[in-house]
Design a protein around this ligand. Structure first.
Ligand code: UDP
Ligand code: MG
Length: 321
C-alpha cells in the first residue's frame, strides 16, 4: 500500500496565493508518485474568498480536504486542528504563502526514510527581505528562550516540518490552550534533522503578523516554556532585601560613630519610586503567569469547526478535547 502524506496548510485570507500554492502542490505530488497525498487546508476564519477557492478545488480533486473555523483562532489553533484531523503516515505543516517551499518535501521524506529520523524541520539561513529591526528582535528572542527554557529552539526555525505519525500523536496529546508550536516541537523530543534553506519571500498577498503581534507571540513563547521570569522576580526581591540591610547598617554606623545623620529626602523619594516600580513589574510578571493559568483551567476548546469535508466517524466531537 502507498504511504500517505498529509500536508497541513493554515490559511487566513490567502485568496491571492492559493492558486499558486495549489499548482505547486500538484506538481510536487506528481513528482512523488510513490506516495498518496492529502492537502488539508485549515481555513482560519478567512474573510475573503479563501474557503470558496478551497471548496472549488475539493470538487474536482479528492486529495483536497478542508476544515473551516467559525472565526479567526490564530495560526497555532489552525495547526493544532490540522494535526488532529490529518491521517497520513507522514504529516507536514506549511504556510500558504510558499515561504515554505513544497519542493523540499521529496528531500525531507528521503531523510526520514533513509537516515532514520522522526522528523525533518527547516531552518532559514538568511533573513533577507525582512526588516532589520525584526531580524534583530528575532535573534534576541532565540538567544533568550534557549537560555531560559528547556525547549530547544533553533534560530531561524520555521514551523515547516515533516513528521512521522507518532510525533503527530505526541503533539495532539499536548492539548494546552496557550500554544507555542516551536516550543512544543522541541519539548516532545524525537530525532529531528534540521534542513537549512534560503529565505523566500511571500509569493503574493500580505503578512498577517505585525511587529507588535510578533512581540506578543514571543512573550507567549517565553512564558509558556520557562519559569525564569518568576525566578528573576524572586532574585530581585532578595537583592533589594539584602541592600536594605546594608543601608540600615551604613546609617547606624554613620550616626553612632561619626555623628553624621544621613541627609537627602530627594534621593529617598527617588529610591521609593524605583522600588515601587520594580514591585509593580514583578507583580505584572506573576499576573502574566496567573492569566495563562486562568485560561488553561477553563479548558476551552482550542478551535471551533464550522464546516469541513473530513469524514466524521472517528471524531464525533467537532471541537477537540
Ligand atoms: N495564518 C493563520 N491565521 C492567522 C495568521 C496567519 O492561519 O491568524 C497563516 C497564514 O495564512 C499563513 C501562515 O499562517 O499560511 C503564516 O502567515 P504569514 O505568512 O502571514 O506570516 P509570516 O510568514 O509573515 O511570518
Ligand atoms: Mg509568510
Amino acid at each position: 500500500m502507498k504511504e500517505k502524506l498529509s500536508l497541513i496548510i493554515p490559511c487566513y485570507n490567502e485568496e491571492e496565493v492559493l492558486p499558486l500554492l495549489y499548482k505547486e502542490l500538484c506538481s510536487v505530488a506528481e513528482k512523488m508518485a510513490d506516495s498518496e497525498f492529502e492537502f488539508l487546508f485549515v481555513d482560519d476564519g478567512s474573510k475573503d474568498k479563501t474557503l470558496g477557492i478551497i471548496k472549488e478545488y475539493s470538487l474536482t480533486d479528492e486529495r483536497v480536504k478542508y476544515v473551516s473555523f467559525s472565526r479567526n483562532f490564530g495560526k497555532e489553533a489552525a495547526m493544532y486542528a490540522g494535526f488532529c484531523e490529518a491521517d497520513g503516515d507522514y504529516v507536514a505543516v506549511m504556510d500558504a504563502d510558499l515561504q515554505d517551499p513544497p519542493s523540499l518535501l521529496p528531500e525531507m521524506l528521503r531523510i526520514i526514510k533513509e537516515d532514520g529520523y522522526d522528523s525533518v524541520a527547516t531552518r532559514r539561513v538568511t533573513r533577507e527581505g525582512e526588516p532589520k529591526i525584526r531580524s534583530l528582535f528575532a535573534r534576541m528572542f532565540y538567544k533568550i528562550i534557549n537560555r531560559i527554557s528547556d525547549a530547544d529552539i533553533v534560530d531561524g526555525a520555521r514551523d515547516f516540518r515533516l513528521m512521522k505519525k507518532d510525533m503527530v500523536e505526541a503533539i495532539v496529546n499536548m492539548c494546552e490552550y496557550n500554544r507555542f508550536s516551536k516550543g512544543i516541537f522541541g519539548w516532545i523530543g524525537f530525532k529531528t534533522y534540521w534542513l537549512p534553506f534560503q529565505n523566500v519571500e511571500r509569493a503574493a498577498g500580505e503578512t498577517k503578523w505585525s511587529f507588535w503581534k510578533l512581540f506578543k507571540y514571543s512573550l507567549e513563547g517565553i512564558i509558556n516554556f520557562s519559569q525564569t521570569p518568576l525566578n528573576i522576580a524572586s532574585w530581585i526581591g532578595i537583592f533589594f532585601t539584602v541592600m536594605s540591610f546594608v543601608g540600615v547598617a551604613v546609617v547606624f554606623i554613620r550616626r553612632l560613630f561619626f555623628d553624621d545623620p544621613v541627609q537627602g529626602w530627594a534621593s529617598l523619594v527617588c529610591f521609593i519610586c524605583f522600588i515601587g516600580g520594580i514591585q509593580l513589574f514583578c507583580m505584572g510578571v506573576i499576573g502574566q503567569y496567573l492569566a495563562k493559568t486562568y485560561m488553561e483551567v477553563k479548558k476551552r476548546p482550542i478551535y471551533v469547526v464550522r464546516e469541513t469535508n473530513k469524514r466524521k466517524e472517528e471524531k464525533p466531537n467537532e471541537t477537540n478535547q
